[in-house]
Design a protein around this ligand. Structure first.
Ligand code: ADP
Ligand code: MG
Length: 481
């Protein structure tokens, strides 16, 4: 399948910036308010109003530019993109065409096989979002909610550097991770905080020239990016192999049917009659502003991943997993002791038990009832031998249910592992003496019977003995009698 063909993919990702107010007005930038309660005269496009650029949006765009090593435009400007749509009351969207705020940069995208793909970012520009048409609120009618009108967007445009659906979704994920680290977007895909348009074409393997492309609009999940592109690649190859051309057009992905279908013919930038917005002066971004933004940059995902590998000895996979989202990385670091010796164990708990429980209850790590400090303590109690892995799970559940602190739970529930060798030896001798037949068979070579004895000891200690220690002591006891 697909033999002889190569896909070429470029992404355009819309990032809603997490500013307090909108990009050109003082209305609140918030999701989920009652329809039209957050639209002021500027957002409504009433006559006589003037847009005023939000400095916070500029700062966020600059931070993004610095994070991908791009040049920040010292004098960027805004243009009007004209089109007619019910949710766009002005009849144009303010965007940047000629002089975008962020120039070419590079995004390092970690791939599943452990390698990194450098994806060129052509540009990133500021623009305002449109409102929303609501089709399901009134029977047979369409409502318009302008709360989203004027929400600041950073549109990030990649070069056509991606070759597979997996690379494309990894790129989208990495952008998501980056804007979360930068604190410029809440990253909530379900609320439309990030939306991805995928440009897809195919060409015969080995050919340099790009094929005709289609653009799949508004994909809002990592998985759907992959599926939509996969469908589209196959569709284009089928057409070309049947002697039909790929038609330049905008398509929509239907997740329920797992297919893309045409939405409208592709418009070219001429169709938008772009021209400089006369209401907005060019924006001069000086050196001081850029350096102040640079000083606020946090440690970025790639650097943090490498640090987790080098300083904490985590595997590439674990480090990548834990650093994808800054809250997860923060939690992990807070649970890890200063010398990092317990890092691998903490990583296993975060990636295993904790994540499983969070997923089951549909919670984010920020809302985990088990704090990072508590998890760190729990792991310490495994390492000092107080807890077995089994009793540790019981303590974890109790922590989750709010039963108090780790040590109090261990004491309260009597979960302290029996470690006193003397105490255990007595118990074991006793058990061996009570089962002479099994002991005999064990000595005759039925090794499996060790499991029987371990079970007896565990039963007698209520699961509180250290299995490794029990194994050792049992072998000794069985050998000597
Ligand atoms: P437009 O003006 O139509 O928006 P751009 O040149 O700005 O076109 O490109 C938009 C996106 O499409 C970019 O992400 C770019 O990488 C991608 N792209 C351009 N040509 C192709 C192609 N032939 N196949 C796949 N993606 C492409
Ligand atoms: Mg475009």
């Amino acid at each position: 399948m697909n033999a002889g063909w190569e896909a070429v993919i470029g992404l355009e990702v819309h990032v809603q910036l997490a500013t307090q107010s909108k990009i050109f007005s003082a209305a609140a930038n918030q999701f989920g308010a009652p329809p039209n309660s957050l639209a002021c005269p500027v957002d409504l496009g009433l006559p006589g109003v003037l847009p005023v650029l939000n400095e916070a949006a500029v700062r966020m765009a600059v931070k993004f530019g610095l994070a991908i090593g791009a040049e920040v435009c010292e004098r960027c400007s805004f243009d009007r993109k004209n089109y007619f749509y019910p949710d766009l009351p002005k009849g144009y969207q303010i965007s940047q065409l000629a002089a975008p705020i962020v120039g070419p940069g590079l995004l390092e995208v970690p791939l599943d096989d452990g390698t990194t793909l450098a994806v060129r970012i052509e540009r990133a520009h500021l623009e305002e979002d449109a409102g929303k048409s609501i089709h399901d609120a009134y029977a047979g009618q369409t409502g318009v909610d302008l709360n989203r009108a004027g929400t600041p967007l950073l549109e990030v445009v990649s070069a056509p550097d991606l070759r597979t659906p997996e690379q494309a979704s990894a790129c989208f994920r990495q952008l998501h991770s980056l804007v979360r680290y930068l604190g410029i977007c809440d990253g909530d895909l379900s609320q439309g905080s990030m939306r991805c348009d995928a440009n897809v074409s195919v060409r015969p393997q080995g050919r340099k020239a790009l094929g005709e492309r289609t653009e799949i609009k508004n994909i809002n999940s990592f998985r759907f990016v992959e599926k939509a592109i996969r469908f589209e690649i196959d569709r284009q190859i089928d057409r070309l192999e049947a002697g039909l051309p790929v038609v330049r057009e905008t398509r929509l992905y239907d997740a329920a049917k797992d297919e893309t279908r045409p939405m409208r013919g592709k418009e070219f930038s001429d169709d938008y009659r772009y021209f400089p917005d006369p209401d907005l002066l060019p924006v001069v971004i000086d050196h001081g502003f850029i350096e102040a933004a640079r000083a606020e940059l946090p440690e970025l995902p790639g650097a943090r991943r490498r640090r987790f590998q080098e300083e904490l000895g985590l595997s590439e996979y674990d480090a990548g997993w834990l650093t994808r989202d800054p809250d997860t990385a923060d939690y992990f670091e807070a649970a890890t002791g200063t010398d990092g010796s317990n890092a691998k164990r903490v990583a296993n708990w975060v990636m295993g038990e904790l994540t499983a429980r969070l997923n089951r209850e549909n919670l984010t790590i920020g809302a985990a009832p088990v704090t990072a400090t508590a998890l760190g303590r729990l792991v310490a109690r495994i390492e000092d031998g107080t807890l077995s892995s089994k009793t540790a799970k019981t303590v974890f559940e109790a922590l989750w249910d709010g039963e108090g602190e780790v040590d109090a739970i261990i004491d309260g529930r009597g979960l302290k592992q029996v470690q006193d060798a003397g105490e255990l030896t007595g118990l074991i001798d006793d058990i061996v003496a009570r089962h002479p037949q099994q002991a005999e068979q064990f000595r005759a070579g039925r090794d499996k019977l060790l499991g029987f004895f371990v079970g007896q000891v565990m039963k007698a200690t209520g699961g509180k003995a250290n299995p490794r220690q029990v194994n050792e002591l049992l072998r000794e006891a069985l050998a000597k009698s």
